[in-house]
Design a protein. Sequence first.
Length: 110
Amino acid sequence: MRELKTPDLFAFVRLIDKIGLKEEIQKIGLKADPKADIEKLGADILFMLLEKCTTEAAEQEIYKFFAPIFEVTVEEIKDMDPFEFFEKVKTVASLEKWKSFFSSAAKLTK
């Protein structure tokens, strides 16, 4: 497994666009108070992501996004234990990094 790199950011943005998350993230960003709890904002985004990612097309795009990062095939991700998958996601990008990223991204949408 490798660390996240700059091209992964662009791939992530394309993923957000493909599965229709852009508008939802903007809505959360617009209602976010600068003094708001970043963890709550992150949780709102996480639950919204889970809700939007239930389509089969979104599922396939998520596999394609993580396969090169995990250095495995799409099929290997599909066969992965869900807990192993989430552990790998946590290893690749710490919660602190994601919170910082989403906090910065939310400020850009204002």
